[in-house]
Design a protein around this ligand. Structure first.
Ligand code: HEC
Length: 395
């Protein structure tokens, strides 16, 4: 295993790249889908005769832009011609590298949670990799077979549900969400690599050999690029989900994920319609209602309703639990292999430190099972309950 300090640097640099590449990729996706939705009829006859299918005006950075879209291609191949593909490739490659550095290098801690499923690191990594490949193959097959976008959407949601359920049965809570996000990200990058860019090459080759370009690949590319657009918000949620143990740490975490994926795509739909000139306010309204309903539905109970009176737990007992289950990592001098400094800056060596972070401890290890990470220290449910009782007695 790599020295934790250098691993942290790898994490920092790759994550930095990944976030920047992702911003650029999603930015272009938002931009071009909005641009397509903004296109109106070209004003000048000359342009129409030249093959321009749509045009729009924009103002940005101190100037006006007139943008025209040719359907299918201009008479002459323009030079230079700008492509948009490295945004996608760089995002996927850096994301995959991050997956390897953060989850595969120390799979026992990050990918596997023995209380979810007792599998070897090698098995978990293999399943994770297979998941990425299978996601693409199934999605691609569905696109080829189904022509109805509605049907396809329903089927894809079913696949997301199956992936979320499967991942939550195999991986640790936080890894499960990330796995689903990586699968969706792989579908998006696959669309660029295997469909959109080849369609563009077909246009170029047709122009070069002087034949009339076939419109079909371009239309399919457009379709895939719209799919990617709808996946952006869901994928971004999965990528930040690690911060929210009340989602991935819930008993029905896979359903929570399905709901958030659906809400994310729904919100995206609002913007796409709006850019095409239709503002449908009930979309954000229903999305907000859905988020509120979800928030209420998964709210952790405080332990004082139902379940009978909880037993009184002393500070000594609580600290002993934390000492045994958390402090191997969360200490100024961690003893857990692979940790050199307290992760997340959270130190739980003294009772004062524990008390001052009681809320965070509750969120991470009582309301959810996010901590101990991968439950490597083998915390039991009784201990979680006892810790919860003690924390609620503090208030
Ligand atoms: C195997 C090591 C390990 C053990 C054991 C462990 N943690 Fe953590 N903990 C981590 C890591 C790694 C992070 C940082 C996660 C991140 O950056 O996303 C973390 C983060 C946290 C955070 C901050 C979360 C945030 O989002 O800011 C809290 C609170 C926490 N742990 C509480 C606990 C508690 C309580 C226990 C014991 C019940 C525990 N941890 C056991 C490794 C561990």
């Amino acid at each position: 295993m790599i020295d934790p300090y250098w691993n942290d640097w790898l994490d920092l640099l790759i994550r930095w790249l990944h976030v920047v590449a992702g911003i650029v990729w999603i930015g272009t996706s938002f931009y071009f889908v909005a641009l397509d939705n903004h296109l109106g009829r070209p004003r000048e006859r000359r342009d129409v005769e030249d093959g321009v299918g749509g045009e729009t005006w924009e103002i940005h950075g101190g100037g006006f832009y007139r943008i025209s879209k040719w359907t299918v291609a201009p008479r002459e191949l323009p030079e230079p011609l700008h492509w948009f593909k490295w945004e996608a490739y760089a995002t996927w490659l850096s994301g995959f590298a991050l997956l390897v550095v953060l989850y595969y290098f120390d799979a026992d801690t990050y990918l596997v949670d023995e209380s979810v499923r007792d599998i070897s690191s090698a098995a978990a990594i293999t399943l994770s990799l297979m998941g990425l490949g299978i996601a693409w193959l199934l999605y691609d097959l569905a696109c080829r077979v189904l022509r109805s976008e509605l049907l396809l959407g329903v089927l894809l949601l079913g696949l997301v549900a199956a992936a979320a359920y499967g991942a939550s049965e195999v991986f640790s809570g936080r890894a499960a969400y990330l796995q689903v996000g990586a699968m969706l990200g792989t579908i998006m990058a696959g669309n660029v690599l295997f469909n959109i860019i080849p369609a563009h090459w077909e246009l170029i080759r047709a122009k070069e050999t002087g034949r009339k370009p076939d419109a079909a690949p371009g239309l399919e590319a457009k379709r895939r690029s719209v799919h990617n657009n709808y996946l952006t918000l869901p994928v971004v949620f999965t990528m930040i989900s690690n911060h929210f143990p009340f989602t991935y740490g819930h008993d029905r975490q896979w359903l929570v994920l399905v709901a958030l994926v659906l809400i994310g795509a729904w919100v995206r739909h609002f913007f796409n319609l709006r850019h095409a000139g239709r503002t449908v306010w009930w979309i954000p309204v229903t999305a907000a209602v859905a988020v509120a309903a979800l928030a209420v539905a998964i709210r952790p109970d405080d332990g004082d309703g139902g379940g009978g009176p909880s037993r009184a737990v002393s500070a000594e007992e609580a600290q002993a639990i934390v000492q045994q289950r958390c402090v191997p990592c969360h200490s100024q001098t961690p003893t857990q292999e692979g940790f050199e400094s307290p992760p997340g800056g959270v130190e739980l060596d003294t009772l004062e430190q524990i008390e001052s972070q009681a809320d965070a401890i509750k969120a991470q290890s009582v309301d959810s099972k996010a901590m101990p990470l991968g439950n490597v220290t083998g915390m039991t449910n009784e201990e979680r309950e006892a810790l919860g009782s003690w924390i609620s007695s503090l208030e």
